[in-house]
Design a protein around this ligand. Structure first.
Ligand SMILES: NC(=O)c1ccc[n+]([C@@H]2O[C@H](COP(=O)([O-])OP(=O)(O)OC[C@H]3O[C@@H](n4cnc5c(N)ncnc54)[C@H](OP(=O)(O)O)[C@@H]3O)[C@@H](O)[C@H]2O)c1
Length: 326
């Protein structure tokens, strides 16, 4: 099968398309023929081994897992002997740690895999899980609900577009901060108010919020403090270079009345099914910026690393199927 492989850490150019052996599912695994996957910020972090401690998971000197790719949507090609939830031909979507930048991948039946939401293309379904599951981990810490207010900073990214929609679903009053070109998009995702960060600084307008969620790692607790209500929560997503964030989270548990918190995303079947239900109820959609064929993975990765994508970047694998609803 065709797969994107890499055998040393480095820039996007370390990625190359190769023919590798097709994986064979174990008894408790499903073999998925992938129609679409994504390039996301985690894939880029693993590839660059940034932050350095990423090597603890991927190999100290060189990558142990040669194929990146977390998100996937496709059709079940084969099932292991004990699999009961899926049958050959079922359209599925989900998320796993590695291996989705390929024509086929094996995934545990019990992992973050579910039947694809009805009425959604494979490309759209591939772009659902990562941003939304990170956003879910953040928002569940924030105890959102009717009467609670949240400001989402960086509302146009993968995590940000998910956070706006999920915060609305949980009943919060949502203010979203993004660049001029994304104001309409973010409004269409349900934001009650939008602020263009190129024109206005939300920390200087006198408004306060129960929760401030920096969905793009470009702000700081120090600068946002005064915009939090008493008892307010500041959530940070980008832990890569922000070693002080875990320290701040510990400190603010004991000192002061405003808390810093950080997400630990859980890529579980339960969360994937939750998103499927939301999508089918018309409460969630994946935002796609660009689509690239698998062989253009280097170009796709370069674009993701500009830090300026809107929502998600999709790789189409089995091209005939990727845009289909099936
Ligand atoms: N905690 C975790 O497990 C985890 C996992 C993956 C990623 N992350 C981190 O989470 C962060 C968000 O990831 P993502 O994939 O959602 O990011 P992303 O999609 O790459 O975010 C890009 C978006 O952020 C906007 N942006 C860039 N600079 C901005 C600024 N100064 N102010 C406001 N918006 C700005 C960009 O729009 P404009 O440039 O047009 O404004 C663009 O739409 C990243 O820092 C990533 O490293 C965390």
């Amino acid at each position: 099968m065709r797969a994107v492989v890499y055998d040393r850490y480095g820039p996007p150019e370390v990625l190359r398309l190769e023919d590798v052996e097709r994986p064979v599912p174990k008894d408790d695994e499903v073999l998925v023929r992938i129609h679409a996957t994504t390039v996301n910020r985690s894939d880029c972090g693993w590839r660059k081994a940034e932050p350095f401690f990423a090597r603890y998971f991927t190999g100290l000197r060189r990558p142990k897992r040669k194929i990146l790719g977390m998100e996937l949507a496709g059709e079940v090609e084969a099932v292991g002997a004990t699999v009961t939830e899926f049958e050959v031909g079922d359209p599925v979507f989900g998320v796993k740690g590695f291996g989705a930048h390929a024509e086929f991948v094996c995934i545990l039946e019990s992992a973050g895999l579910a039947h694809k939401p009805a009425g959604m293309t494979f490309e759209e379904a591939a772009a659902v899980c990562d941003g939304a599951i990170i956003a879910l981990a953040c928002l569940r810490k924030a105890d959102l609900g009717q009467g609670r207010s949240i400001l989402v900073y960086g509302a146009s990214g993968s995590i940000g577009t998910a956070a706006v929609q999920l915060a609305k679903y949980f009943g919060a009053d949502v203010t979203a901060v993004c660049n001029t070109k994304n104001l309409e998009l973010v409004r269409s995702l349900g934001a009650d108010r939008v602020i263009d960060y190129t024109r206005k600084d939300f920390t200087k307008n006198g408004e306060t919020y129960d929760v401030i969620f920096d969905a793009v790692g470009k702000h700081s607790f120090r600068r946002c403090r005064r915009s939090l209500k008493p008892g307010g929560i500041y959530i940070e997503t980008d832990l890569g270079f922000l070693w002080h964030v875990p320290m701040l989270a510990l400190l603010t548990r004991r000192i002061g009345d405003k808390r810093v918190t950080l997400p630990i995303p859980k890529y579980t079947k339960e969360n994937v099914r939750f998103l499927k239900e939301l999508i089918e109820a018309g409460k969630y959609r994946a935002v796609i910026d660009r689509r690239y064929p698998l062989e253009d993975v280097v170009e796709a990765t370069r674009y993701v690393e500009t830090g300026q994508k809107t929502g998600n970047v999709v790789l189409t694998v089995h091209r005939n199927g990727a845009g289909a609803i099936a």
